[in-house]
Design a binder for this molecule. Structure first.
Ligand SMILES: [Mg+2]
Length: 272
């Protein structure tokens, strides 16, 4: 117990040192996932909320940095409502819908309407399963099975029911007790990350995420870092949950225990 809390304190200190160095470059930005990163994973995804302390820290960082962006699988307006912080750029639906800080409505990629129809067709193949919920977000969807009586049995049934999704141009990806359905070729969190870095001419980047779809962001940042274009720190979140994929731990510079610790980091970074 003592050993493990010492380790997590060390991770936080290391994350703070690395992230401070990245944000010392100008212009600098924070790009972060929401669920599981800034918000504890909950059984009902609609009731997710920003972890205590994060809102004030994000507001401070909005003031200080060139951009603070939430790059999320959620619909952009949901992400804005759940964060409740003004001044955030939101790249929602896995980077296929953008909500500017001052805009009332998100802007979707032009191909979005045909995707909506294809997605509805694929989801129609999913039979009602106990404890399984579908979050339909227009140009992407998430099937959650955390509430299923036996999640291990639910997953193959979901995948079998959605089996021909790829022939409709919809890619399936399994996440933390969830299956993501996303259009192929319309963008992902990685292309959204590249677009944000380019648009703001970022030289310093702090990136935070907790799941496999965040690896697309991590890869973009790693490539730009290797090429010397940016100074960046990649922070994985959720080490204490036991659900974080090994590939993510490998891709991150440091892994924090949970969203509460991620908030502690943001609070420290938000201080002048
Ligand atoms: Mg996440």
């Amino acid at each position: 117990m003592v050993e493990s809390s010492r380790r997590t304190d060390e991770s936080l200190a290391r994350a703070h040192a690395l992230a401070s160095a990245a944000l010392a470059e100008a212009p600098a930005g924070l790009l972060t996932d929401f669920d599981g990163t800034l918000s504890p994973i909950v059984t009902n995804p609609a009731s997710a909320a920003l972890v205590d302390g994060a809102a004030g820290a994000l507001s401070s960082l909005v003031e200080r940095l060139a951009v603070v962006a939430i790059v999320t699988g959620r619909a952009p307006l949901d992400a804005r409502r759940m964060t409740g912080v003004s001044g955030l750029l939101i790249a929602g639906n896995h980077g296929t819908e953008w909500l500017e800080p001052d805009a009332d409505e998100p802007v979707a990629a032009p191909e979005a309407s045909s995707i909506r129809d294809r997605l509805a067709g694929v989801l129609a193949g999913l039979p009602p399963l106990s404890g399984v919920t579908v979050e339909h977000k227009g140009v992407s969807a998430t099937v959650h099975y955390r509430g299923a009586p036996d999640p291990l049995l639910a997953l193959p049934r979901i995948l079998a029911a959605l089996g021909d999704a790829e022939t409709h141009g919809i890619q399936l990806r399994t996440g933390r007790m969830s299956v993501e359905l996303r259009p192929v070729g319309l963008g992902d969190k990685g292309s959204a990350t590249a677009a944000i870095i380019e648009r703001f001419g970022l030289r310093g980047v702090v990136m935070m995420g907790d799941d496999v779809t965040d690896l697309d962001m991590f890869r973009v940042v790693t490539d730009l870092r290797v090429s010397g274009r940016i100074r960046a720190t990649i922070i994985g979140v959720g080490g204490s949950s036991g659900e974080v994929p090994a590939s993510m731990v490998e891709a991150a510079d440091v892994v924090l225990a949970d969203p509460a610790q991620a908030a502690e980091l943001l609070v420290a970074l938000g201080r002048r």
